[in-house]
Design a protein around this ligand. Sequence first.
Ligand code: NDP
Length: 292
Amino acid sequence: MTHIIDGKAFAKGLRAEVGRKVAHIKEAHGVTPGLAVVLVGEDPASQVYVRNKGKQTVEAGMQSFEHKLPAETSQDELLALIDRLNEDASVHGILVQLPLPAQIDEEAVINAIRPDKDVDGFHLSNVGKLATGADGIVPCTPLGCLMMLKDYLGDLSGKRAIIVGRSNIVGKPMGLLLLRESCTVTMAHSRTVDLPGEIRRADIVVAAVGRPKMIQGDWVKPGAVVIDVGINRIEKEDGKTGLVGDVDYESASQVAAAITPVPGGVGPMTIACLLHNTLQQACRLHDIPVPE
Ligand code: NDP
């Protein structure tokens, strides 16, 4: 019987833990962590993400600052807002919802955020810290995957891990995190030769591709742990739309020791890790210890 890794329950526990720590630093140090989320334009999926982030931020006892700008906002206007948030002492985390409209250079905006407020962990300084093993901010989705892997497996040292997908926001940081845990890491991508063969050798499979049900159960080594980051909207037989991952859950769950479902696996962990990162940075910025 495969173990279903319940990301929804894990995320709920993490949010409660963050909430408890926030209450402690408010009481002991008078510090209320603040997260600013910037949304440019009216992309419906981004609006839902931003709404959920704001709601969960407030539920954790933090301050939520939402900045909704029109789609035609110029790069200079956005950079001016980032400057203000960088200077604002009540803001400990800044997140700019991606993607941004075409007239704005995403990299320029991400790198304008103060690295110690970059709770998404995308600033070049934090990317460099992760790559060199220094203490920086780790991107939320890979951090959530790592927490679930460590919770289920304990020590990851010596495990063979494969990451399918090499994006800057998921695949690459995931590979670096698992390398830091002393896994033997394979990074696979669209040019990988014999992907099923590569996956069959792995004890840990992280799928971050964006292709519905691409990874089949007979590609998975019996007893492997499968983390499915993919979120793909598909039309079901009854004509309704539904979400599926990058892994064919039905067949993979027959062979894997443990697997994350979609929805209810990695997805809920992302915002919980964002709150975790914001709390950490609030403590660092005020030079107070992160509560146990
Ligand atoms: P990207 O599109 O940026 O990257 C996809 C990666 O998959 C690329 O590296 C690409 O390779 C690789 N790839 C594409 N086709 C194949 C193939 N046939 N075989 C092997 N590799 C392939 O996606 P993201 O990393 O941004 O997202 C991946 C998935 O994760 C998406 O479904 C996204 O919605 C989801 N996601 C979920 C989050 C969550 O909170 N749960 C957060 C972020 C993303 P190449 O580089 O060679 O083109």
